[in-house]
Design a protein around this ligand. Structure first.
Ligand code: PMT
Length: 413
């Protein structure tokens, strides 16, 4: 089973008596680690108040396409919200909302979001049994499933209208388990993955050092996505302020040399290595035992090259499938391709940096993945979502590689 930690869930409530369960559902989603935003249709507000949902989600409730609260600084509020979500869960999904989603209509905020998103969409139908069994509803469900929309339930039992049969919305705990399973892709199950993350710290003296602006967010998100994909995952992390991702074995290091040693201690077990860390290229030639006094007007620091961790892993005979990152401010693809060739890696994730709101120390990022098959552009999105897309592409490329090559790697263990 997957988890909902750090998953961004947009709960779309439509008009049905089961809407009363949404306050409990929201609370439980948040307890399970998810961030929740709520969108309500007009009909939904007849069953549960926006104030209730605002209180339990701790965020404004969105109701209209041109809602200022969604994104005050943009006229494309619905697009911002559609981009934000990892999952849109429509619960309860009325017969009318299923029909609109099946037809691809966009006549309110919720249906517009479902059309405008590339996130996973799931519906939890809730309606009278006759409405559920009506061939029109069943046709709509078949269309939704064909379009990749997940259908959760419904359950059978006594209904609010007094009848008994299929059409009850699943209980919140069941919906949460099904939602979590959507993220457990199994794409890397049975494989071992090592990810590096964060900056390194290269000491000058006991209190000073050289580092960089890497927060570790990208690497931690990649480790999280690898675990969600079923991999046994080791995260070798430079100094960060981040909480360790669940189910990941975290090895903390400080310098690039320590990172190299930690990676090589474990690399014999790895099927895939992903170098996200901004490991320092250079370190001070000498580290002063005592704090250096500021007696001189100027001072010169001599730096020497650090080992290249990524290249050293790529050079291992029959080594793991190796993915590097290339942080570049200019000529992104050109320089990234050169790094792919020079370091001998299987794939490189070209990362334009020095751009506001992406790259170092931001929540969002954008990547261009380059391998011998070509380039895949992953546009700007939240790092957790980007990491899942990256892992999907790595899994595809790993499994597409000559299977004997991967078998040889397995035998090395
Ligand atoms: O941590 P965040 O704030 O979320 O920011 C994410 C990020 C911008 C750091 C990340 O997305 C990224 O681009 N990481 C690579 C940063 C980097 O050092 O790029 P580079 O082009 O200098 O290095 C190329 C590759 O060599 C990288 O895979 C790097 O891990 C590796 N390397 C570099 C130096 C070194 N001594 N050993 C290495 O293995």
């Amino acid at each position: 089973m997957g988890t909902l930690t750090n998953k961004r869930i947009l709960l779309g409530i439509t008009g049905g008596i089961a809407a009363y369960k949404c306050a409990d559902l929201t609370r439980r989603l948040r307890d399970a680690g998810a961030e929740v935003r709520v969108v309500m249709t007009q009909a939904a507000t007849q069953f549960v108040t926006p104030l209730t949902m605002q209180t339990v989600s701790d965020h404004p409730v969105y109701q209209h396409v041109f809602d200022d609260a969604v994104a005050p600084d943009t006229t494309m509020a619905h697009i911002e919200l559609a981009r934000w979500a990892d999952l849109i869960l429509v619960a309860p999904a009325s017969a009318n909302s299923l029909a609109k989603l099946a037809q691809g209509r966009a006549d309110d905020l919720l249906t517009t979001l479902c059309l405008a998103t590339d996130a996973v969409v799931a519906v939890a139908p809730a309606m009278n049994r006759q409405m559920w069994q009506n061939p029109a509803t069943q046709d709509n469900l078949a269309a939704l499933r064909r379009n990749g929309i997940a259908v959760f339930g419904p359950a059978e039992g006594i209904q609010a209208c007094g009848e008994t049969g299929p059409g009850r919305m699943l209980e919140p705990a069941e919906l949460i388990a099904l939602a979590a399973d959507l993220f457990a892709t199994g794409l890397l199950s049975g494989l071992r993955v090592i990810v590096t993350a964060g900056p390194t710290w290269e000491s000058i003296d006991p209190v000073r050092g050289i580092t960089n602006r890497s927060s570790g967010k990208m690497g931690y998100a990649v480790a999280h996505a690898a675990v969600d994909a079923g991999a046994e995952t080791i995260l070798v992390s430079g100094p960060t302020h981040l909480d360790p991702p669940e189910r990941v074995d975290v090895v903390r290091v400080t310098s690039a040399q320590q990172m190299l040693a930690a990676v090589h201690d474990r690399i014999g077990e790895a099927d895939i290595f992903i170098g996200v860390a901004a490991a320092a290229d250079y370190r001070p030639a000498e580290v002063s035992v005592d704090k250096i006094k500021k007696d001189a007007e100027t001072m010169t620091l001599k730096l020497i090259r650090n080992p290249d961790i990524l290249a050293s892993v790529a050079a291992i005979p029959q080594g793991p499938f190796t993915v590097g990152f290339a942080a570049e401010t200019t000529d992104l693809i050109h320089h990234a391709r050169k790094k792919l060739e020079r370091k001998g890696v299987d794939m490189i994730a070209a990362n334009k940096v020095g751009v506001p709101e992406t790259g170092f120390d931001s929540d969002d990022n954008a990547l261009a993945l380059i391998d011998d098959q070509g380039i895949i552009e992953l546009p700007r999105m939240h790092k957790s979502r980007l990491a899942r897309r990256l892992i999907r592409e790595i899994a595809r490329s790993y499994h597409a590689k000559d299977s004997t090559e991967n078998t040889r790697r397995a035998h090395r263990r």
